[in-house]
Design a protein around this ligand. Structure first.
Ligand SMILES: [Zn+2]
Length: 195
């Protein structure tokens, strides 16, 4: 597991755990290997700005098997990460931390989602009460990880049109809110938690 944490700009009262690819940037079937393949969803940048304004701590929780598949070097990976952070901050947002699993599924590591390990590690490091946190992802594995970690799950369904529809049968609908974009998901979250 790779961990990056930011300087502490404010003490968040609540936290949003976000998947990366397919949530803040457009996912690719051949993985994100270069910065020029990293394309933000505009609503994601706006949502990250809202989070900063509302002092919500945002933590990325992301599987990045491209690393151990040898598709991107660790150096290039961190360079891409830092360019992403710079772009988020240039648009008024910020990240509190990022947790990345570099492993391939065959490595059977303990951190790769749907395992809750990265979420639990984030909770431990940032003293997050999991029952008050929300994980937003675009895949059933994000929902499974959230449920296993004891936090709320929001399934982002904006990829439905591209044929990457999540298998709804594998998700317990009672625990899952669905949202079509990140701004809507954030509005739902803020409304449900209160000011
Ligand atoms: Zn891992």
């Amino acid at each position: 597991m790779l961990i990056w944490s930011n300087r502490c700009e404010y003490s968040p009262e609540r936290y949003l755990l976000l998947d990366r690819d397919g949530v803040i940037n457009i996912d690719r079937p051949d993985y994100i290997k270069h910065w020029n393949e990293f394309i933000f969803y505009p609503d994601a940048l706006a949502a990250l700005e809202q989070c900063r304004k509302q002092r919500i701590g945002v933590i990325l929780i992301s599987n990045q098997s491209a690393l151990n598949r040898g598709l991107i070097s660790l150096e290039d990976f961190w360079q891409l990460h830092h360019r992403m952070v710079q772009a988020i901050e240039a648009n008024g947002g910020t990240l509190a931390a990022a947790f990345y699993c570099p492993h391939r599924p065959e490595e059977r590591c303990s951190c790769r989602k749907p395992a809750p390990f990265m979420l639990l590690k984030a909770a431990q490091m940032f003293d997050i009460a999991m029952q008050e946190a929300v994980m937003i992802g675009d895949r059933p594995t994000d929902v499974q990880a959230a449920i296993a970690a004891g936090c709320r799950a929001v399934l982002l369904t904006r990829e439905l049109a591209t044929g990457q529809a999540p298998d709804s049968d594998s998700i317990n609908p009672a625990n899952v809110t669905r949202c079509s974009n990140l701004l809507a998901a954030l509005a739902d979250l803020v409304e449900s938690v209160g000011p």
